[in-house]
Design a binder for this molecule. Sequence first.
Ligand SMILES: [Zn+2]
Ligand SMILES: [Zn+2]
Length: 345
Amino acid sequence: MKFARLGERGSVELAEAPSPEAGPGEAVVTLAACGVCGTDLEKLRGNYRSAGILGHEPVGRVARLGEEVASVAVGDRVFVHHHVSCGTCEVCRRGDPTFCPTYSRTNIHPGGFAEEFRVPAENVRRGAILRLDPSVPWDVGALLEPAGCALTALHRVGLPPKATVFVLGLGPVGLLYARIARALGAAWVGGSEVAPLRQDAGRRGGMDAVVDPREPGAVRAAVDRGTDGGGVDLAVVAVGHPALVREATTLVRRGGTVNLFGLPESGSRLDADLQDLYLRGVRIVPTYATTEPDIAEVHRRVVAGELRLGDLVTHRLPLAEAAEAFRLAGRPEDAVKVVVTGAAA
Ligand SMILES: [Zn+2]
Ligand SMILES: [Zn+2]
């Protein structure tokens, strides 16, 4: 079977591997769709220290099951979460499961951009396979993981009632943040974005203000209008740029929170006025990845009609065109969310 992997010098290449077997407690899933994530693009650029496995937003059909798997059946339409926490270590028990040392060690093999992939017993046991409601199309299933990341972040920072939120960078995750913040009851949601296609997706999703950050003073003016000059409760930095983190600290109210979500360059530094942060009580909270309960909550909210996600997928390309899918995903002016499709779709 074919799968996509990191090639030489920042390329994506198709490779051949034996069809995976389902060992005891394991599952093999036939790919229907898997989104190209910003972190996949960072792996290509060599900026992300990780195992280098591509594709972690997969949905598909269960093809084979190992002994002792009772939670799903062959033929089920499923979403699969690639990382699971151990649930027992100190980090997990303190409520930070995505920072559990086990978490980023676990993965699906050989990744989400594969005709078939194997889900290890540890993932199956920890509830990483979620059965999709028949009403949820594959595209939307492929958005459950990034949407879960936004929900986990909003849970971690704690959104006050009738919150005001500003999102810097309306890539797929920034747009998902805006929609989920709204679903959680945010009263005002604004954002900044350069690419018109993504600005439109923000407006279509019901954002109260979407501005071009290259326009001098536009971001500040939007926040002032939305918050009567007080600053937002939460500013989300959905692009890993240190200058945007500093800018975000100036957009939050006294006691407000900056959520660092986008992956910063390795070694990047924050150049901010620490006395200003101290005197205004600004919190900077990094968040990373998501959990099975949060993915299940997103799924529930989608099924209940509280969250509309499907329009964020602008391109679907078959696995054979994975390299082109990556090229498109790296072009904000042409694409919002790009999904790679497989035979189960
Ligand atoms: Zn992702
Ligand atoms: Zn743990």
